[in-house]
Design a binder for this molecule. Structure first.
Ligand code: SAM
Ligand code: SF4
Length: 466
């Protein structure tokens, strides 16, 4: 039987898809390249913004048509949207399985039942904020199955924490992923060793507030800096990243020290600020001020030379005035991020902001602020990327560049000859600091390190030659 998996959302979801894929393969399923050739379609979903959910709903609309000509095809919705909407999703006759993030260990069983017994199932956590016995099953599932990214060779995500306890007022994550749980260091290390044995060179440690990782055992408390040091010891692992960091003092100095001292730890920090206005930060329940945030960024730059920092921002949070927004603009100008992600506030049912605050910033205003903030960042990214011209960088090659970009042969781009395109197509890789690098080279370099001399740049991409 063939399964087609489609993933929406963040790295956590990509990781869950990798684990589900590995579990289904072990249970005897194989992967289909498209829905057409599949007996089972699983959609791994995201609930962070309404737009993400709408994309899933229109995907389900498309599957409804496919199901008319292929009535036996099994459709499953897994992940955050499954947990949030539960039985409501099963009302749609297209859907056979609704499986929350905590129930993915059951996925092979649920799919088999749906295929053999035509059984439609709802598997979600009833009381999501309570410590659940399912956690043990999740831990086992996580440590047994493979988490390599099937799309990108030599890279894998490793979850070090599940859930979140921070309750930022806009955020759905605590309600769909449950309470914060740090995984045992021994399990994480075993998993990374196994990945290294399978040829993984870059591991990205994942947690919603990854810098607050804390696990106590045998009288010792382990923090993220301890994990970074233990993972550094593993032969075969060459680069280590961690996302996402929350702006907080606890463990910060230890983590920066680990970045500075451990050569395998990439000098890259993804630390969302969300807003530059203290009033909005307070309303968001983010426990820092804009000046504290900038202080943390300065500390990172002082302690880790060459560090690249990226951020997330939200525009149009309830009550955000032009003045508040201008404070965000000025924070972006001061922080000088490598890049940042900007989102328009989207009310999420059940969150404190949705219950207590009116979504009072109009769509047009949100759009304008989004465009402006991205433009401010683009200028900074452009300046920072230009500093690379003439320099050599080490990249981990991901594979063929998906977007055909301009030739990296020179300023005056011309289409490479057919022969050159075959023997030396356009590849994409990333530096340790997460800069995207595009150059021509053999496809066999995917999953390998390469040295590239940068010849020209755009705000988000460096172009060069091997
Ligand atoms: N845990 C991370 C943190 O605290 O920075 C972020 C996790 S969240 C899944 C990723 C990003 O989505 C956030 O940084 C935020 O900017 C954005 N986001 C979360 N909830 C949102 C909402 N209701 N509307 C718009 N963007 C949202
Ligand atoms: Fe959501 Fe805040 Fe937790 Fe990040 S820290 S996942 S934004 S509640």
């Amino acid at each position: 039987m063939k399964v087609f998996l489609q993933t929406y959302g963040c790295q956590m979801n990509k990781l869950d898809t990798a684990l589900v894929t590995s579990a289904l393969k072990k249970a005897g399923f194989s992967l289909a390249d498209s829905e057409k050739g599949a007996d089972v379609v699983l959609i791994n979903t995201c609930s962070v913004r309404r737009h993400a959910e709408q994309r899933v709903l229109s995907h389900l609309g498309h599957l409804k048509h496919i199901k008319k000509s292929k009535p036996n095809i099994v459709v499953g919705v897994i992940g955050c949207m499954a947990q949030r909407l539960g039985a409501e999703l099963l009302e749609d006759k297209t859907v056979d399985i609704v499986c929350g993030p905590a129930q993915i260990p059951q996925i092979a069983e649920l799919v088999t039942k749906a295929l053999q017994e035509k059984k439609r199932t709802l598997a979600i956590t009833e009381k999501i904020r309570q410590k659940s016995p399912e956690d043990e099953a999740l831990e086992k599932f996580e440590s047994v199955f493979d988490s390599e990214d099937s799309q990108v060779p030599a890279q894998a995500y490793v979850r070090v924490m599940r859930g979140c306890n921070n309750f930022c007022t806009y955020c759905i994550v605590p309600y769909v992923r449950g309470p914060e749980v740090s995984r045992p260091p021994a399990a994480i290390i075993e998993q990374v060793k196994r990945l290294a044995g399978n040829g993984v060179k870059l591991v990205t440690l994942l947690g919603q507030m990854v810098n607050s990782y804390k696990y106590s055992t045998c009288g010792k408390t382990y923090c993220l800096a301890d994990l970074l040091s233990m993972v550094s010891e593993i032969e075969g692992i060459e680069w280590i990243r961690f996302v996402t960091s929350y702006p907080a003092e606890e463990f910060y100095e230890q983590i920066l020290k680990a970045m500075a001292d451990l050569p395998k730890v990439c000098n890259y920090l993804h630390m969302p600020a969300q807003s530059g206005s203290d009033k909005i930060l307070k309303a968001m329940n983010r426990n820092y001020t804009a000046s504290k945030y900038l202080e943390l960024i300065d500390k990172a730059r002082e302690n880790v030379p060459g560090i690249a920092i990226s951020g997330d921002f939200m525009v149009g949070f309830p009550g955000e005035t032009e003045e508040d927004f201008e404070k965000t603009v000025s924070l972006v100008q001061s922080a000088r991020y490598k890049n940042c992600f900007v989102f328009k506030y989207s009310p999420r049912p059940g969150t404190a902001a949705d219950k207590r605050l009116q979504d009072d910033v109009g769509e047009e205003v949100k759009k304008r602020r989004n465009i402006k903030l991205l433009a401010v960042q683009e200028e900074i990214s452009d300046e920072l990327s230009k500093e690379f011209i003439g320099k050599k960088v080490k990249v981990l090659v991901e594979g063929l560049s998906k977007k055909p970009r301009l030739s990296s042969c020179g300023e005056k781009s011309y289409p490479p000859s057919l022969k050159l395109r075959r023997t030396s197509p356009q590849l994409v890789g990333r530096t340790a600091e997460d800069w995207i690098v595009v150059f021509n080279g053999p496809v066999s370099l995917a999953g390998e390190f390469a040295k590239v001399k940068i010849t020209r740049t755009s705000p988000l991409t460096l172009f060069g030659e091997m």
